[in-house]
Design a binder for this molecule. Sequence first.
Ligand code: TRP
Length: 320
Amino acid sequence: MNHTVLTGDRPTGPLHLGHYFGTLANRVRLQDLHQVFVLVADYQVIIDRDLPGGIQANIDDLLLDYLAVGLDPRKVTIFQHSAIPELNQLLLPFLSLVSVAELQRNPTVKDEIAHSSQAAVSGLMFTYPVHQAADILFCKGTLVPVGKDQLPHVEVTRLVARRFNERYGTVFPVPEAMMGDAPLLSGLDGGKMSKSRGNAIALKASEDETAALIRAARTDADRHITYEPESRPEVANLLLLAGLCTGRAPEEIAEEIGDGGAARLKGMLTEAVNEFLRPIRKRRSEVDVAEARRVLHEGNARARELAVRTLAEVRQAMGF
Ligand code: TRP
């Protein structure tokens, strides 16, 4: 089965190991099998903050991370919202296909509002799942690799595609979500891994930064190391990360460390992470920002061609 795969990230900071094991590794695998589109979702940055911040620096970082982990611009189209007017214009007809009540009960939107630091919730917050439907449907995406939190948006996309096809004749495929099967990594403090919480190892972190983050990681009082995700989540999470970086079972690593305690575990984990990140760091140092921007520029041109075509089809189907 040949898929058109679309996924993306908000350019709000560098990507970390959670992104790598959660989705980036999967994208690198998919690029050899399917047509893959990766969106730098720059207009999504302003759904939960007033200003886009250092947007260009964050876009550069994201592009370098993509290229460093092995996304190949000859296979993958990397593009951004703000360069594709026709993609954004799909938002208009798509908004007419959903009700205000449907927008208001989206669980991901509710959750983002709860965690937002903004004084007032913007209209863009409510409409962004529909904008995300435009992200997916402009290229007639059929497969959307996402984390669990994004499933409601894929549901909105399916709804939009089905309703459009019913009203105006079939234009869009109804895409499927693809859930990552990677085990969920927590942050180094045991909480949700997030760049804003300072508990994540960025792919671009240096060896010393990596060592310092792991040294400060939370463990527990039991000196004997065991893999027990339920009762010892912090220790289990470090073992899981060591396992992912070395391709070994966390139980086996726990057994090996045994009475060596948290210090041994952290020493071993630092080795493992630095070893794992070495080729990624090397590739990152080999691409410069100008080259990364060129990749985006070319991706934008390819994506735009498709968006122009899809918008024309949409207008025609609607009788405009
Ligand atoms: N909303 C996604 C996130 O915050 C990023 C994103 C934008 C996306 N458009 C998309 C993901 C389309 C999948 C498909 O992580």
